[in-house]
Design a protein around this ligand. Structure first.
Ligand code: K1U
Ligand code: ZN
Length: 173
């Protein structure tokens, strides 16, 4: 397993609508393993393939934050939201592609998601709480959308400028 570098916003690969995955090629299993290792190392609770420069519809997540509890790593291929609750919930979101920036985002509180698992089986599950927030944030990544796209233009611009500065500094180091 390999820890892959995470792209920082702004990057054209983070704005792209990702391509569906046909079948479950062996490389996708390896990619999912790398993504989980990269996510745990960051640390984060989710990661979408475009964040490591792969514009395909694959995401991983594990929202079990308590180290006393068993991990629950999940890999979702071609995830689709099939139902969203009218009920909304607000969470202060972060993003590994926008380090150290947080903002409140309102989303449906509960969602039902269909996807293909790494063994090729079709899955469907209802997510609530942090899992619901995370799966929606990650599916947004697959559609080229970032959590800052929900913010007012001025706030979004301010964060983007900070990220441009961070990238310049990292390039110099
Ligand atoms: O997609 C990403 O950039 C990962 C992101 C997922 C996410 C966080 C919060 C709300 C929705 C989606 C992160 O994992 S940011 C880091 C983070 O939330 C975290 C880090 C360590 C422990 C617990 C949480
Ligand atoms: Zn993110």
């Amino acid at each position: 397993m390999t820890i892959r570098p995470i792209l920082i916003h702004p990057d054209p690969r983070l704005k792209k609508v990702c391509d569906p995955i046909t079948g479950v090629p062996v490389e996708i299993g390896k990619l999912a393993e790398d993504m989980l290792e990269t996510m745990y190392d960051a640390p984060g609770i989710g990661l979408a393939a475009p964040q490591i420069g792969v514009t395909q519809r694959l995401l991983v997540m594990d929202c079990v934050k308590d180290p006393e509890l068993a991990q629950r790593p999940m890999a979702l291929i071609n995830p689709v939201i099939t139902w969203s609750s009218e009920d909304r919930s607000t969470y202060e979101e972060g993003c590994l592609s926008i380090p150290e920036q947080y903002a409140e985002v309102e989303r449906p509180a509960v969602v039902r998601v269909q996807w293909t698992a790494l063994d090729g089986t079709r899955q469907e599950e209802e997510f609530s709480g942090l899992w619901a927030t995370c799966v929606q944030h990650e599916i947004d990544h697959l559609d080229g959308k970032l959590f800052i796209d929900y913010l007012k233009p001025l706030k979004r611009q301010m964060i983007t400028r900070k990220m441009e500065k961070l990238k310049r500094e990292r390039a110099r180091a």
